[in-house]
Design a protein around this ligand. Sequence first.
Ligand SMILES: O=C(O)CCC(=O)C(=O)O
Length: 380
Amino acid sequence: MTVDCIANVTSDGPPPRKDENKEQQPSLVFDASVLRYQSNIPKQFVWPDHEKPSADAPELQVPLINLSGFLSGDPVAAWEASRLVGEACRKHGFFLVVNHGVKARLIADAHRYMDLFFDMPLHEKQRAQRKPGESCGYASSFTGRFSFKLPWKETLSFSYSAHQQPHKTVEEYFLNVLGEGFREFGRVYQEYCEAMSTLSLGIMELLGMSLGVGPTHFRDFFEENDSIMRLNYYPQCQKPELTLGTGPHCDPTSLTILHQDHVGGLQVFVDNKWHSISPNPEAFVVNVGDTFMALSNGQYKSCLHRAVVNSKTPRKSLAFFLCPRADMVVSPPRGLVDSEHPRMYPDFTWLTLLEFTQKHYRADMMTLDAFSNWLQQESK
Ligand SMILES: O=C(O)CCC(=O)C(=O)O
């Protein structure tokens, strides 16, 4: 993710720096209802040649992990699932899960309410406009924060808190920001986030087993998660070969659970080449983010990925970004550190990394290294 909640556009050159590319002129307005038909796209959306989408992106080999045995308490199935998870995370950090226990009706509702939201006129969506420095709300293409290499998309992001129960933070967000007419949106996304939080805690058990630290270590660490949910909407683009829906980035968060619709567009950079992950409506795409890479002391990969757009069909994806409670200290378990595996990253809190990506640095493939250097300089 980019937590835009996080900004997910690449940067060039060494970090850290304040938003050097910040818009000095009035912000460009991304009105999808107009731009999707325009044959000349504004130059701010044209990406440099070396980053433009490639026509050919072979399918990435990712394991399709059946969670039914693990979720019903079968220890053999759990070990097999954890073995597959571990293998994928050492290679590139991406895998698919099926029979995950999330109701098909809930996933369908989450997509349906996305259509309802993004089909509204721009001024209606802007009632939830994300303000500078805030991490949640409606953002169209991040036109306020950056002025070049803009992503061709609109997003709505909101936070989910597992520790503020019985507060229903998502329901409250929709009611407070958009009003009574959005009560049902809040109900659907509250339920969806709760299902994502439960699923991610299960995956944390598998990750802990695969790393040899047992099923409870990471599960307990994320029990009170302060996570982020993002609805990504990519309108059609008449020049899809010039732009990107989401620029190349590694998610600074811990674990991403993505559901993409039938259109396709997710690509992952593995072995020096972009690969696709085709849609599978039964499956969630799961990937490790920078914070979990730090928790695993660098053993598991947070991999570069992006989304491409097309000229025919709008595309939607639902991204749940698991994050620890904001004040938890991110530090690998002792069992993952020894003389052969010295500490790769300093201790930090998720809140500090979140602020770093929002105030100082456009998330990219170097975020964690840039952040570690910045922390070390700050502590001098
Ligand atoms: O829409 C997608 O397939 C990818 C989205 C993504 O990478 C993000 O929201 O950070």
